[in-house]
Write a protein of this length. Structure first.
Ligand code: NAP
Length: 266
């Protein structure tokens, strides 16, 4: 049975089961996350103990032993660390963690330098900006990453929200349903992830309902290459809402009595 298929109800009765239930009352955690929670707690506990308990105790002991002998205490600490650091390195090497090396940029900056590094270094991933309104990387970074077998992480998929301002008040086209798209957020994200050289997209949000909306992109169909062209054509044909549009719509809401009497004080 795999770890992830274990459920709480399947766990043996006993102290460990009761402890898990107690922990679950404090934090939202899945059974297969318990091990990681325990180890991270142990690491932080040991780290904070050394900073806030062992170090002050050592300093106090050093001062109690006489200030003129302090150099021996620090020399002793130095010698212990000299032995402990290689030992730590040896232990850390016995437990290797998956590690990926990559570089990032955004806003279309430093593409020439980025490409130079991608050509010469053996990177696992690269991160840069790509979205339906800013597609310069389609001819440069994306094909190079594919050639070099590098994973791509895409930032600013909504051009920091500017794309939403462009489509404000505009209906999502009916044909978006053909690739399981329910919102403008999903439209923009599906455009990015359907590019064959894109591995992952990292949209930002401060709102849970936007995150739920964005997460839905992980399911359902992705647009085909011909659909991507259609999406692009539709998006570029949209006229950005102008100041005048906004002021006209706001007038409808904010007309006050003085305005109606042509005596507007503003
Ligand atoms: N490596 C680098 O150099 C670098 C540089 C820049 C950014 N980044 C990373 O890239 C990611 C994205 O960057 P970003 O914040 O600049 O831009 P972004 O993801 O393109 O846009 C974020 C904006 O979109 C809005 N939004 C998100 N989901 C939405 C939805 N479903 N419906 C409507 N509005 C929605 C957010 O508003 P709400 O908050 O209201 O949802 C926010 O204003 C971040 O994780 C960031 O750390 C990396």
């Amino acid at each position: 049975m795999s770890k992830s298929s274990t459920t709480f109800s399947e766990l043996e009765d006993g102290w460990s089961y009761r402890m898990r239930l107690r922990i679950r009352q404090l934090v939202t955690i899945e059974p297969d996350e318990m091990r990681a929670l325990f180890w991270s707690f142990a690491y932080f506990f040991a780290l904070l103990c050394s900073y806030y308990i062992i170090r002050p105790m050592r300093d106090e002991m050093g001062i109690a032993g006489g200030i003129d002998k302090l150099q021996w205490m620090f020399s002793g600490t130095f010698l212990v660390m000299l032995a402990a650091v290689p030992l730590f390195g040896w232990v850390a090497k016995r437990f290797p963690v998956p590690r990926y090396i990559g570089i990032t940029t955004s806003h279309g900056r430093s593409h020439t330098e980025l490409m130079q590094i991608m050509r010469t270094e053996d990177l696992d991933f690269v991160q840069f900006t790509y979205n339906i309104g800013n597609r310069v990387v389609e001819d440069t970074l994306l094909p190079l990453a594919a050639d070099r077998g590098m994973a791509t992480l895409i930032n600013r998929p909504f051009q920091r929200g500017a794309l939403f301002r462009k489509v404000k008040g505009k209906a999502l086209p009916e044909w978006a349903k053909e690739f399981d798209c329910q919102s403008w957020g999903q439209f923009f994200l599906k455009f990015v992830v359907s590019h064959p050289a894109v591995t992952c997209v990292i949209p930002a949000t401060s709102k849970v309902h936007h995150m739920t909306d964005n997460m839905a992109v992980n399911f359902g169909k992705l647009p085909s290459p011909s659909m991507r062209k259609r999406m692009l054509q539709y998006f570029t044909s949209l006229k950005k809402a102008t100041k005048q549009d906004f002021s006209q719509s706001s007038r409808i809401v904010w007309f006050c009595r003085s305005c109606l009497e042509s005596n507007c004080p503003l």
